[in-house]
Ligand binder design. Structure first.
Ligand SMILES: *[C@@H]1O[C@H](CO)[C@@H](O)[C@H](O)[C@H]1NC(C)=O
Ligand SMILES: *[C@@H]1O[C@H](CO)[C@@H](O)[C@H](O)[C@H]1NC(C)=O
Ligand SMILES: *[C@@H]1O[C@H](CO)[C@@H](O)[C@H](O)[C@H]1NC(C)=O
Ligand SMILES: *[C@@H]1O[C@H](CO)[C@@H](O)[C@H](O)[C@H]1NC(C)=O
Ligand SMILES: *[C@@H]1O[C@H](CO)[C@@H](O)[C@H](O)[C@H]1NC(C)=O
Ligand SMILES: *[C@@H]1O[C@H](CO)[C@@H](O)[C@H](O)[C@H]1NC(C)=O
Ligand SMILES: *[C@@H]1O[C@H](CO)[C@@H](O)[C@H](O)[C@H]1NC(C)=O
Length: 383
């Protein structure tokens, strides 16, 4: 309702300036900026450069909000669980082993906020800051951040970054640029999007296990320990293995009967929370991964210039968090069950700064004169 009102307000003010230039879109009463193009409507807030809602059409042509989030935009900043809902964490995403890395002969200690390791650069990560809106139109918005040296513990040198989200017919595009003019520093970014292509409307099941994943370019995994930290081993994924989504499309729960499904993503974590490496020789303009659901009929195709992807099937959801009023079935409860979503994060190899043998340092260390660039897009359709 508020969304419609804001759009009408924008339309009215545009009409009030005949011949003059159209005023820039404003945030609505909830602080959301809305981008629209045929077949897609995406909404964002400056907090953590977050995507709050993403509407695409299901197989019946019904607008469906396929990402997780909260109705209350003020809640993102205070939620103690802080799941990094559709935000940009940084400056170095995912884990840093033992909260330690060595760069140019100096050993740095980062904040251990995930057992013995650092996750998403610690508790002052970029997903906890209010970004600046530096450009906005009806189809595009740019958020920017200045990250002072050492504001995430052990991350040295000022970094400036921006993310531009844009929409075009059935497509959401994401481009991140960053630079570190003073010092060489670990820099590895992602868009941490959580999907539920049925928008919790399947009356029979709210879990993600019946979603289908096909990732023909993801034939290797980074083996990980009980804290989801890579051990250093990069293994080929055999056909029919629990991690095989490359040989053919598989439902995410296809291996749930296997004895190794429990604890597959660390102690107490079942399903997936790991990183797959894409084939080195792939065409980066080709679709790297497709997520789909037979229930809604929606499919989402990822194209990315990144060399790996992290998949997390929401094991830690405790069943106490509610989904949005744009989702679910009227009259039913709104609780998200364990395994109720999947986060898909295109990025570089997890903890590559501690594995020089992988040869990822050029991608993961940015310094004076370097330009960090990240680009991905999601194209939506029906199966
Ligand atoms: C939204 O969340 C904020 C922060 O928790 C809270 O103060 C406010 O009361 C909430 N608003 C509604 C309508 O629930
Ligand atoms: C882990 O980090 C601590 C400092 O936080 C350091 O003293 C210790 O040597 C590190 N251990 C390893 C195995 O690198
Ligand atoms: C990001 O920082 C916030 C606090 O600033 C913290 O609560 C949260 O756990 C951090 N996120 C991750 C995933 O480390
Ligand atoms: C937003 O811009 C202001 C003014 O330039 C700056 O002081 C502030 O640090 C910026 N915020 C972020 C998150 O970079
Ligand atoms: C980073 O900040 C911590 C305190 O928050 C301080 O102990 C450390 O010396 C700082 N590191 C550098 C390189 O400035
Ligand atoms: C999930 O998929 C299985 C086949 O793999 C099917 O038997 C089951 O009915 C599906 N469940 C729902 C809720 O769609
Ligand atoms: C949902 O489907 C999964 C996988 O098919 C199954 O393990 C689970 O028990 C189902 N949940 C409900 C509530 O039916």
């Amino acid at each position: 309702m508020k969304y419609t009102g804001a759009l009408l307000a924008i339309a009215a003010s545009a009409a009030a300036h005949p011949g003059g230039h159209k005023p820039k879109p404003q945030a609505d009463a909830d602080g959301k900026y809305t981008l629209t193009a045929p077949g897609i409507k995406a909404q964002f807030i400056p907090y953590a450069a977050t995507l709050t809602n993403l509407f695409v059409k299901d197989k019946n042509g019904v607008e469906t909000d396929i990402v997780l989030g909260y109705d209350n935009t003020s809640y993102y900043a205070v939620d103690p669980g802080h799941p990094v809902y559709n935000a940009i964490p940084g400056r170095y995403v995912n884990r840093i082993g033992n909260g330690t890395y060595t760069l140019d002969g100096v050993t740095y200690h980062t904040e251990k906020n995930d057992g013995p390791n650092t996750l998403h650069s610690g508790t002052n990560n970029w997903s906890y800051r209010v970004w600046n809106v530096t450009d906005v139109s009806d189809t595009s918005i740019t958020f920017s951040i200045k990250d002072p040296s050492n504001s995430s513990l052990g991350m040295i040198g000022d970094v400036e970054a921006s993310v531009t989200y844009s929409v075009s017919k059935n497509k959401w595009s994401i481009v991140i640029d960053a630079k570190s003019p003073q010092k060489r520093t670990p820099l590895m970014l992602t868009q941490h999007t959580y999907f539920q292509l049925d928008a919790f409307k399947n009356p029979a099941n709210r879990t993600i296990w019946n979603h289908t994943l096909y990732a023909p370019e993801a034939k290797r995994v980074l083996k990980a320990d009980q804290n989801a930290l890579p051990t250093g081993e990069i293994a080929k994924v055999p056909k029919k293995d629990i991690d095989d989504f490359w040989s053919k499309p598989h439902q995410l729960g296809f291996a749930s009967g296997n004895s190794n499904f429990e604890n597959h993503c660390g102690g107490g974590c079942h399903g997936y929370n790991g990183a797959w490496a894409f084939n080195d020789k792939r065409n980066k303009k080709d679709v790297a991964l497709t997520l789909s659901s037979a229930f809604s009929g929606i499919k989402a195709e990822l194209t990315t210039d990144q060399d790996a992807v992290v998949l997390y099937t929401c094991n830690w959801n405790d069943g106490k968090t509610e989904f949005k009023s744009t989702q679910g079935i009227v009259g039913q409860d709104k609780f998200i069950p364990r395994d109720g979503c999947i986060a898909i994060e295109a990025q570089d190899y997890v903890d590559g700064i501690n594995h020089p043998e992988w040869g990822r340092l050029d991608e993961q260390i940015t310094g004076p004169g370097d330009k960090y660039h990240w680009a991905s897009s999601w194209e939506f359709g029906t199966i």
